[in-house]
Every structure is written in structure tokens, then in C-alpha cells.
Design a protein around this ligand. Sequence first.
Ligand code: ZN
Length: 393
Amino acid sequence: MPSETIKITAKFKLKETPKGLDDLFSTYREIVNFLISYAFENNITSFKRLKKENYENLRGEYPELPSHYIYTACQMAVSIWKKHRKRKRKGKAKGKPVFKRDSIMLDDHLFKLDLEAGIIKLSTPNGRVALEFHPAKYHEKFKDWKVGQAWLVRNSKGLFINIVFSKDVEVEEPENFIGIDLNENNVTLALSSGEFIQIITHEREIRTGYFLKRRKIQKKLRAGKKKKELLEKYGERERNRLNDLYHKLANKIVELAGKYGGIALEDLTEIRDSIRYSAELNGRLHRWSFRKLQLIIEYKAKLAGVKVVFVNPAHTSSLCPVCGCRLSPNGHRVLKCSNCGFEADRDVVGSWNIRLKALKMWGVPVPPESQPMKMGGWKVSRNDIYELYKSYG
Ligand SMILES: [Zn+2]
């Protein structure tokens, strides 16, 4: 069986603050910004070159700093500069970027994690210090995972070390795929040609509910600490609720996919900035949610040995899955093909097309009996779709 790597970033909230933390953050920022300037002036996008031309000099200037901080600062500077340059080329940024955050990249020389003892050992200018973290239930599952890069981050919620864990898993070669169409209020799954499941998520209701709560607070309370705290509290509750929903949804999807084959999702990473994308997503799932839900599905699937493929999202909601002609609206959420007479709910069309694209991409022949055109046109009505999770919300 072919293997794939899963990567997950886990947060470790530290119980204590190491001595000299403020200095460490500001020194690191200073170095990263110096390196960004250097990369900018010399147009360097190679980590190796940036390090080669600055390492000795920086070592001399910051002799007390463990040397690997300079390594990771070079990595950060290159990545910040590259991202900025990309945005600049699209006309979305100017000049050179400035790094302002309390954030330090750590490699395996700078920290050691001891999950059982609940401590992280961090190299600092004052030597190696052992820092206790608040144990979380989900930390346990990373026991046999590989520890990769990490970030030491400080924000309004405290001091964290975010660690990237990875694990190699065996993933089965699927003979079939289920196509998944993610929408704001439902997830539609094409299991096979003619077999669909729609899970009503009530996500819109959850969002609207919290939106109204926040608006009420906005109107009733005066600006101040209490207002800010309340707004933050509800913001966090909403995120937790949606997170919980996504995990349950992903579990259900992976369970179904295990019976039918692999999972096909739309690849929305490349066209994130295009206008067409936002127009097409209009009325669909919120951009952030979309990616988040996809990531949860992806890693849960891989953990279960289920293959996930991403297909090009172009025209998945506008072309007829039977004959490939353009569909036009025919009543509430229904699309119709004027060429072959196919008619279906637009979520059904989306998931169907996603599934077909995956089969094509994977080289799986689509059996002739699943070409509805040859059967004289199909009609999928809303009654064929049933609600799972009616109790959500
Ligand atoms: Zn058609």
C-alpha cells in the first residue's frame, strides 16, 4: 500500500514564561527584519544563500544567542520575503515587508518535547530551560508521531509552542470515489451515480445566531473592557461550536467513504484570490470554514487509510454531468440542461461533477450504465435527498 504523510500542528500552552523572553522576541524580530532587508535589497529567495552571506556576521553580533535561532530567522525571512514578493507582483503589496509579531521559529536543536513529563526544553541565551505546559487531552494522540518544526508564539491568550507533528500512514488505492460538495448549510455527497446523501449542517443558523448575539452586545453595551470580553467570549464559542460540527461531519464523511472508496474534494487553494472564486462561493461555505473543514476531512481520512484527491473546481456547478452542456436555473436551487433534459438540485450537480472529475483523474472507467444520457435523462428531485443530522442546531 502506498504511504502518505499527515501533518498536524498542535498547540502547547506554557504555564510559565522563560526569563528574558521579551528580549528574546525583540532580538529575534531585529534579526529577521535585518535579514528581510538584506533579502529585499539583494533579491535573495534562497535560504542557503541568505544564511551563507549573513551567518558569520550575525554570530559575531549576537554571540549569546544559540546559533540555530539565526538559521530559523533566515528561514522566516526568506519565507516572508517570498510571500510578499508574490503579493507585490499581483499589485497587492509595496516595498519590503516588516515582521512585527512575537513569533519565533524553532528547529529540533532549539527545543525538545517530553510529552510524558509535560515539559518542553527550550534553548535560550540563558541556557536550556524546562517549561511546563498545560496538558490537553488531544496531546496524547501524538505519542508515536514525529516532531518537526515549532513556533514559540505570544498573543493575548498567553504563551504557546505550536509544534508540527507528522506521521506516515498507509492509504488504500481506491476503486471508486465519493464526490463532496461543501455548502454553507449542507454537505452533499455523491456516492455513486444516482446515489446521494445530503447532510444538513445548519451552519448558517449557528452563524446567524451568534451574529445576532454579537450585534445585540454591540448595541447595548458601551465600548470598554467588558464589551470586548463578551464579544471575544461569543466569538470563541462560535468557533468551538463550528469546530465540533466539522469534526462530527468529517467523521461521518470518512465513515461513508470507507465503504465506497476515496474522497474527492474541490481544490480551492490556487484560485483563492480570483474574482470568479468569490463569485462562485457566494452563498456557499465561508472561505475560512471551507478550507478548515477540508483540512479536517483530509487528515481524518488519511488516518483511516482513505485516499483524498482534489479536483479542479472549474464548472463543477455549471455544467451538465451527463452531456457536458451548460445548465440553466430552473426554479429554486434546481438546474436544468436544455440539451439532454437532465435536471437536478444544484448541490447534487456539484457533488456529481466532483465525483466524475475524480474518477477521470484517477483513470477509473465510468461504467456505461451510469451514463444517464443513454437511459433517456435522469431527474433527481429533492425528495431523493434525505437529511441526516436533523438534530443539529
Ligand atoms: Zn445535459
